[in-house]
Each structure stands twice: as structure tokens, then as C-alpha cells.
Design a protein around this ligand. Structure first.
Ligand SMILES: Nc1ncnc2c1ncn2[C@@H]1O[C@H](COP(=O)(O)OP(=O)(O)O)[C@@H](O)[C@H]1O
Ligand SMILES: [Mg+2]
Length: 632
């Protein structure tokens, strides 16, 4: 209570009290109606006292004093029923509040409970909530918490989230573009890593912006540095790449399904592979065992020769062309580079999933510039691997898979998006928690996100949302009574969010901490744009065109799993080569590598494109064991 009165006798805690000479009537109101979930309060507001009238504003918490307990309410509407305003004397206003719970004193400490045991009676006194009570409302009750900002209502009070529950039960950050989602996510990640040094994070980063936000924690992998062997892909993922995201031809898929297991057993028979103690029968097109494209093509050729029917041959030929053009396409180099024919799965997953993490537990997979069918397959493969890693590590490996622009891989419309990615993500959303594989979802269009994914996210940070449909989605996700908080969704400021769900004690409107400019996502990129690149800000057109052509440049300084440099971004000069080191000649075609030096058409017709001009298929597809590991 702000004033000492007889009714307040039940309160034993020390309260911040109003000065005795202040007029008590100004900040007090009285309950005039209550229906169990909401209440109305009338109060007097004197226009000559600006301080008094500012006590009653939408979004503030109030408490109703009931002696032993204080009922806490959130103001969601204020009004003056007669619509008139008198400048010279007190005006009577009506305040609508939603009841959110009650505070009682236990051993001298205020404790908050979401349930309400005693409802306010008519005439009960209401006033602005005290700081101590407000703190109690958002107190996480001993759960491991991290501070991510301050309450919007009172900047003196820290906004904390229970980090374990936020991570383990998946979280989502939604909001219009530019409102601060990526920054908020990088802040949450930073805090999460500090709180849980064993946590690994894989960020699917479509705008290449997170590496600059977490320079001290992350490594960056872009399409040039990614190594994901084709044999790790399941059949449908491989088909997505081979068919370039278009409708597949069932006959060709059937051939692959039949021939890939044969190629796998041939590889094993070579004896140069790892010790595989599985019987041949257990090979499927989906098992992650190495095989060679050369064997697969040879098997295809053999089949083609055996055929007398004219109907099947075109399919074989088409499939062969598809495989060859994919292998020759520089954009798919990360899959087909010959080094990958070795059983290098340990190294691959160790690098991507940071085992051991060497002080950098975050991987930023930079996907801007990757062709979309590759993005689809890569996300699918990585999400699958993430889940399997967590599953088979039996709780010793904890990974957060963070999906920026999640509506792209998990769209609400099942006809859009890539089914295997959706399945892999949905599996993490549904079962990942049990094994330590967590999902963080960031989207500007919650309405376009698969609703089952959103419903699995137990903590949601809702930032400003302009679109009605998106607001409705978030409103339906909030189950508890504080739904009227979401009325503010369309009018919240930058950095502001409403947090609700498992990670917070009560639905909380907060303002994220301000991050220094150098830690803003994409800071390096913006810096590059603003400052020019040292030579009068002129674009390096040669470099730019090479990027458009997707020609891999020789990268003497970039090794796989390079530590991120917060300042340099892809697109910056010097990102791939140290400043001062002259750009080497175009890479000479290495023995087992498709010819890279000639620019290929930007969008070759896959089926029609000519086969690579290398004489020796053994060399081309890396089937000559001596050539393993020579990838440049
Ligand atoms: N917590 C914050 N601290 C400092 N600046 C912020 C913060 N959140 C947002 N901003 C500002 O807003 C801009 C856009 O934020 P960003 O996270 O990229 O938005 P979104 O991902 O929602 O599009 C940032 O570049 C930055 O200037
Ligand atoms: Mg963003």
C-alpha cells in the first residue's frame, strides 16, 4: 500500500510508501465491477496533477488490496464514460483491468501466484503496483535465469528468462522485419552460451549476418567452406539437388533407389573404405555410407546396355545427364568434391557441430548465395544429423538449431517447402527436447509458419506485428488470461517484446538490452557499405561478376571451419583472402575435379548441359583411390 490505512493491516512487509502529505485520493481507485477474469475500477484524476493521471495508463500493472493478498491486474483499457474533461477539477475515469494473479507475503517476502483465491469486492482499493510486488510477479522462483533486458513498465526491474526452459522447450521470436529479431536472438544466444558453455548452436543464417554478432563464439561456414558429402544425403534429398527442386521423375528415382545400394556395396568391396560390418542386405539408398559417383554411373551404363526396350533408355540417359551436370556444377562442389568419397563423416559432423568446440560453440551456416534447392537439402541433412547426434550421444551433446526466416523451410502450406526439411524440423520440435536437441525459430510471418512447429515452441517472444493474421496466430498461441497484453502487438517499439510461455513466470512486456553497434547482426556488412572498401568505395566488378557466376575463387586463407572474423563478411574485400595477398590465377583444374576455370552459363539447362570435358572418368569422379584428399 502506498498509504497506511486500517485495511492494510494484513500487510506486514516493508513497502515503499507515499509521502504522508500527498493526497491519497489521486492514485487510488475503487473496484466497481469484476467478472472473475476482468475488473473495472473508477478513479479520480486531477488534471492539475500530471503525475497522478499518468498512473493509469494502458500496459501498467495495478494491484487491488485485499488485506492478506493483493490481486494483480494489467490495465488494458482506460476511458471516461461521459467523454467530457474538466480542466479545473478532478475527473472520474474508468479503468479496465485483466486479473493476472495474486501476491501474498510469505515469510516477509512477496510471492506471486497465477491463480486467484480471493476476488476483489466492490469498493476494494486499487493502486499502482509496488516495485517489490512487480518483481515478485516476474520472479522465476529459483530457476536458472539470465537477464535479457528490462521491463517496459519499469526500467528499474530486470527482465529475466529461465534459460533452461526457454531452450529445452523450444522458443520462437516473431516480429515485423527491422524490429530487432535478429539482434534479440543474438543477445539470447550470447546469454545462453554464457550460462551453458556446453551448448552447441547451429544457425541457419540466410542473410549471412550472425557471424558479426557473435564474433567471439562462432565459426562461419559458407558454400565455399561447406563439406557435406553427397552420400550423406538421403535419396529424396539427393533428388532435390539432382532435379533442382523440380518435380521428380519416378522412374529415375526408382533407378537410383536400386543402384545406390549396389554402388555402396561396391565401394565396400574395394576395401579402401572403413570397416563396415553390415551385411549387404542392410544397405539402402538412405543409409549414410560412402559410395562413388563413378560406380553409380558405371552401373547405369551397364543397365543401359542390357536394355532392349526403347522406353526405359531415355530415363537412364536423362538420369545420367542429371548426375553429371550436378557433379560438374560449381555450386554443388561442397557435395561432390572428391575428398568426400572417403568416409569422412566424423570430420564433417565434428566441424559442423563443433565437436570439440574449441571455445567456439556456434556455427553460422551462411546460406545467402546458395541455390535454393541446395539450401533445402542442406537444411534437411543438417537437421537430421543434429537430431541423430543428440539422440545417439545419449544426452552428452546439446544442440540448439536456430532457424532464421523459418517460414521458408517450414511453411504453413504443405505444398510449399521441402518435405524432408519439414519432417526433420518437426521431429526436433516434437521429440528433440528428450534428447537435448532444441529448436529456435525466428520469423517475420508467423502466419506462414507451420502451426505445429509454432505450437511446439513453449516460449515466444512476440515483437511488433503489423499484420492482423499474424497477430491472430500469436493470440491463439497464448493460452493464459493475459491475452489482452497482445493488444499492444501492433504498437510496440523497437527492441520491445512480449514474452510468454514456459521461459517466463508471467506474460512479460520487456525491452531487450541495447547491444553495441559492433555486435549487431550484419554489422560488418553495413560497415562495408557505409565506409566503402578503402578504394573510394568503388565496387570490384570483377569480383562481383565472379560471385554471380558462382565461380569458386582460390581461397588461400580460408580453411574449413575458419574462426569468424567479426569485421570481415562475405562481400567484404579480404574476406576470402588476406589483404595484400594477390588473387591467385584461376585455379588450374585439378585432376579429379570438374573444370572450374571456364565460366559456365549461369542457369544451365541441367539435362541438356554437356558433360564435363575431362577424358578420364576415373579421375573426374575421384574413383582413383590415390586421388583422395586432393581437393583444392
Ligand atoms: N537490442 C538492440 N540493440 C541495439 N540496436 C538494436 C537492437 N535491436 C534492434 N536494433 C536496431 O534495429 C535494427 C534492426 O534489427 P534486426 O535485428 O536486424 O531486425 P530484424 O531481424 O527484426 O529485421 C538493428 O540494425 C539495430 O540498429
Ligand atoms: Mg533479421
Amino acid at each position: 500500500m502506498f498509504v497506511e490505512r486500517e485495511q492494510a493491516a494484513g500487510e506486514s512487509t516493508l513497502q515503499e510508501r507515499r509521502e504522508p502529505f500527498q493526497n491519497t485520493r489521486r492514485i487510488l481507485g475503487h473496484v466497481v465491477s469484476c467478472d472473475g477474469a476482468r475488473a473495472s475500477i473508477v478513479a479520480q484524476v486531477d488534471p492539475r496533477d500530471s503525475h497522478g493521471s499518468s498512473q493509469w495508463t494502458v500496459g501498467k500493472m495495478i494491484s487491488v488490496n485485499l488485506g492478506a493478498t493483493r490481486t494483480v491486474g494489467l490495465v488494458y483499457g482506460i476511458g471516461k464514460p461521459d467523454g467530457l474533461w474538466n480542466e479545473h477539477e478532478a475527473n472520474s475515469i474508468e479503468v479496465s483491468v485483466e486479473l493476472v494473479g495474486e501476491v501474498r507475503d510469505v515469510d516477509g517476502q512477496p510471492m506471486f501466484d497465477r491463480g486467484i483465491t480471493a476476488y476483489p469486492h466492490i469498493g476494494a482499493e486499487a493502486h499502482r503496483i509496488r516495485n517489490r510486488d512487480l518483481q515478485a510477479v516476474y520472479d522465476l522462483g529459483g530457476r536458472h535465469s539470465v537477464t535479457i533486458g528490462t521491463l517496459s513498465q519499469d526500467e528499474g526491474i530486470e527482465a529475466c528468462v529461465a534459460i533452461e526452459d526457454t531452450l529445452a522447450r523450444h522458443f520462437a521470436v516473431v516480429g515485423t522485419t527491422g524490429v530487432g529479431k535478429s539482434t534479440a536472438v543474438s543477445l539470447i544466444l550470447r546469454k545462453a552460451i554464457q550460462a551453458r558453455p556446453d551448448l552447441r548452436v547451429l544457425i541457419l543464417d540466410p542473410h549471412n549476418e550472425f557471424a558479426s554478432a557473435l564474433p567471439d563464439y562462432c565459426i562461419r561456414i559458407d558454400s565455399g567452406a561447406l563439406d557435406l558429402p553427397f552420400w550423406l544425403f538421403r535419396l529424396e534429398e539427393l533428388a532435390e539437388v539432382l532435379f533442382r527442386g523440380r518435380e521428380v521423375v519416378p522412374e529415375e528415382i526408382d533407378m537410383l533407389r536400386e543402384l545406390i545400394p549396389l554402388a555402396k556395396s561396391q565401394y565396400k568391396a574395394l576395401g579402401s573404405g572403413p570397416q563396415l560390418r553390415r551385411s549387404q542386405d542392410s544397405y539402402t539408398a538412405d543409409s549414410p555410407l560412402p559410395y562413388r559417383i563413378a560406380d553409380l554411373l558405371k552401373l547405369l551404363d551397364d543397365r543401359m546396355g542390357l536394355l532392349d526396350s526403347k522406353t526405359d533408355r531415355p530415363h537412364y540417359r536423362a538420369l545420367r545427364n542429371r548426375i553429371e551436370s550436378a557433379v560438374a556444377d560449381p555450386r554443388y562442389r561442397f557435395m561432390f568434391a572428391s575428398k568426400m568419397i572417403e568416409d569422412s563423416i566424423h570430420q564433417t559432423i565434428g566441424n559442423i557441430f563443433r565437436v570439440p568446440h574449441g571455445g567456439r560453440p556456434v556455427t553460422c551456416l551462411e546460406m545467402a548465395g546458395m541455390p535454393s534447392e541446395v539450401v533445402n537439402s542442406v537444411c534437411s541433412v543438417l537437421a537430421r544429423l543434429a537430431f541423430d547426434m543428440a539422440l545417439w550421444s545419449e544426452g552428452r551433446f546439446r544442440l540448439l538449431l536456430l532457424c532464421e526466416e523459418a517460414h521458408r523451410y517450414m511453411p504453413a502450406d504443405p505444398r510449399l517447402g521441402f518435405a524432408p526439411t519439414r519432417h526433420a524440423m518437426a521431429r526436433i520440435a516434437k521429440e528433440g527436447r528428450k534428447y537435448g536437441c532444441y529448436l529456435g525459430v525466428v520469423t517475420q510471418r508467423p502466419g506462414e509458419l507451420d502451426p505445429t512447429i509454432l505450437s511446439q515452441c513453449s516460449t515466444v517472444f512476440a515483437m511488433r506485428l503489423a499484420n492482423e493474421h499474424d497477430q491472430a496466430i500469436i493470440r491463439s498461441a497464448i493460452a493464459d488470461s493475459s491475452a489482452s497484453t497482445l493488444n499492444f502487438l501492433s504498437s510496440m517499439g523497437q527492441r520491445e517484446a512480449i514474452a510468454f510461455g514456459e521461459g517466463v513466470a508471467t506474460t512479460m512486456r520487456l525491452k531487450f538490452e541495447r547491444l553495441p553497434d559492433r555486435y549487431l547482426p550484419g554489422a560488418g556488412k553495413r560497415h562495408g557499405v557505409d565506409m566503402g572498401d578503402g578504394d573510394d568505395g568503388e565496387l570490384d566488378l570483377v569480383e562481383l561478376v565472379e560471385r554471380m557466376r558462382n565461380l569458386p575463387k582460390a581461397q588461400p586463407t580460408l580453411v574449413f571451419g575458419d574462426a569468424a572474423d567479426g569485421a570481415a563478411q562475405p562481400g567484404d574485400p579480404g574476406y576470402r583472402r588476406a589483404p595484400g595477398i594477390p588473387l591467385p590465377e584461376a585455379p588450374a583444374p585439378v585432376q579429379m575435379q570438374p573444370p572450374m576455370a571456364q565460366p559456365r552459363p549461369v542457369a544451365p539447362r541441367p539435362v541438356m548441359s554437356e558433360p564435363p570435358r575431362v577424358q578420364d572418368p576415373q579421375s573426374l569422379y575421384g574413383s582413383r583411390p590415390a586421388a583422395f584428399g586432393l581437393r583444392k
